[in-house]
Design a protein around this ligand. Structure first.
Ligand code: MG
Length: 266
């Protein structure tokens, strides 16, 4: 008889404890939600050059989740960081690294090598290095060559836990995954449904935010499949808030300060 009185009260206590613990955990996970990926570094507010080491350092100073940067391979097989296929008019794939040193970024930096860029990023641990591998204009083989060199560099620097990969090239992502199955890779181009990405071993969607408006079921579908979801390039607070409500894990922006402010107001 006594046992039957104690049992329900213990059970009730257990339920209260579980509910309290869960709500504490939920609060802490909400407060640590940091979807901010600085697009080409945090360059805009301080008028730094995009894809410079200075813009990477500013993204790190802001404590963004990640800082995105673009990688190409020169004619003499040096991986360099720049958005366009040309650097101040010099075609990167047709140039040697030495050729590219003829020009400087507006803050006096030379075009960063991927090695120098990663080494700068590896001085800290809180901001991930989001490496966009640009598809080669010389064809699939050269893109795959670049992918192989990127993976070798990341291994050499022991940076596996700090680097995530994105690309408009499905071939590049598949090559990266084949060389390094633990690598996190996300596809940029849009147009491929979550179940197809999952079947191909891609880890996430990193689509222009309009793709999610055109395909309103994709965010839920991706969540259910355990794929990561990123949206680019989101510079407007209204669009930022819509994506935050939809629990999009990552938001790539030219305005990391603004996104951090929107998150702080929530
Ligand atoms: Mg990019």
């Amino acid at each position: 008889m006594r046992k039957s009185i104690i049992f329900p009260s213990t059970f009730c206590l257990l339920i209260v404890f579980t509910i309290t613990a869960c709500s504490v955990l939920n609060r802490s996970s909400t407060s640590s939600y940091n979807p901010v990926i600085a697009h080409r570094g945090a360059w805009k507010a301080l008028q730094l050059p995009q894809n410079s080491i200075a813009s990477l350092n500013q993204a790190i100073a802001l404590k963004c989740y990640g800082s995105e940067f673009d990688v190409h391979l020169t004619k003499d097989n040096i991986l360099v960081v720049n958005h366009d296929h040309d650097f101040f008019g010099i075609n990167i794939e047709q140039a040697t690294y030495q050729d590219l040193l003829a020009k400087k970024l507006s803050n006096g930096e030379s075009i960063p090598t991927a090695e120098a860029y990663l080494k700068a990023g590896l001085k800290q641990k809180h901001t991930k290095l989001i490496l966009e591998l640009k598809p080669s204009k010389l064809g699939k083989e050269r893109t795959e060559e670049a992918a192989e060199r990127v993976i070798n560099l990341v291994k050499q620097l022991k940076a596996e836990n700090m680097v995530e990969y994105i690309s408009f090239s499905y071939d590049a992502l598949k090559k990266i995954k084949a060389l390094e199955p633990k690598a996190k890779v996300a596809y940029l181009n849009g147009g491929i449904a979550p179940h197809k990405l999952k079947a191909d071993g891609i880890d996430g969607l990193d689509y222009h935010f309009s793709e999610y408006q055109k395909n309103p079921t994709w965010i839920n579908e991706a969540h259910q499949l355990g794929l990561s979801i990123n949206a680019w390039t989101v510079n407007n607070p209204t669009d930022m808030k819509k994506l935050i409500v939809q629990k999009v894990a990552f938001i790539t922006t030219d305005e990391p300060e603004l996104l951090l402010k929107v998150l702080a107001e929530k």
